[in-house]
Design a protein around this ligand. Sequence first.
Ligand code: FES
Ligand SMILES: [Fe+2]
Length: 377
Amino acid sequence: MPFKQFDELIDQWNPSRGIEDSSTPPYTWYTDTNFFEQEVAHIFQRAWVPVGRSDQVEKPGQYFTGSVVDNPYVVVRSLDDGKLYAHHNVCRHKGSIVALQDDESQHNSCAFFQCPFHGWEYRHDGSLKKAPLLGRQVKFNDERFGLPPICVETWGPLIFLDLDGPFGGISNPRDLKADVKELDDVLSATNWDKLKFYKREVYELKCNWKVFVDNSLDGCYHCVYAHEQLANQLNLDQFKVEVFKRGSVQKGPTKSPDPRLGESVAYCYLYPNLFINRYGHMMDINIVEPLAVDRCRVIIDFFFDHKDVEDWESRKRIREDISSSHLVQQQDIDVCEYTQRGMNSVSFRSGRYSSLLEQACYAFHVLHWHELRGLVT
Ligand code: FES
Ligand SMILES: [Fe+2]
């Protein structure tokens, strides 16, 4: 797609009108394949994106695999030096996936990686250990045939990757710690990093990734209609939205101390695709993975108070809490998929914001416009 055309798509929305006078971004932002491809190239391949948890690679030798917008990666804690590494999980011989994983919620470990195709071996730091039966080579330099490195960082229980190779390592100008500063202040007060991971649920949605993000940033506008039971437990009149440079928090009290939600809830968002929802004895962390212009995957990791995970009574309550969350999630999936279908209609061009409730959603679109334009430093 010529750059001008992409430029025109971005500029179908004006980020400087203010929430009261602004339409929402046009349907093309949610339905145009070329726009999606540019989002992948300009945003997801050039940002810190969350991929997993530190407890998956707690012990030396443990690793997990996945893909960031179709780029397979492996994250590993090295047996040799105990450090955390991330690499493109792509063999330097013929491009096969190297590290395989049986079950993403289990701990995987190995002494080194061996490609399943022709057996090339790589150390945990990515360097080439052995290339069997290669025969005589001219100008073959082992050092140039390691797994390509990816920048890796942690925040709280989370691991982030930045695929943008040239900016790797300490010279990376994108500062994750600065990006999360305000959210860290909100979450630190809730002991979020002391909670224990319990279970992962994965959902596939037939909608653009931003439909899910928009839904989660509407200041609970949809709660009364889409989540009647949840809305009855929240004191929505006292809900507040705080917008930060690269995220937001929507928070408010519950109606009475609720066994699941506690006294208050805090729904935190970090651009582009992370939600951290902290309430009561629990927390759910949502990573929204774009799969195609009209498909995304939402990975939800549930965390609980450590003592809650231990005894049988608590486990029973945890199961109930997770099934309540599952119900809420299913309701969100329904409205997100209705929205994607509606956006494909010739009748829909763009919508409007609630100026009372949707400040976080508006801020997301303004930041996204600037990121797509390459105007964020
Ligand atoms: S593709 Fe990996 S060893 Fe051949
Ligand atoms: Fe919802």
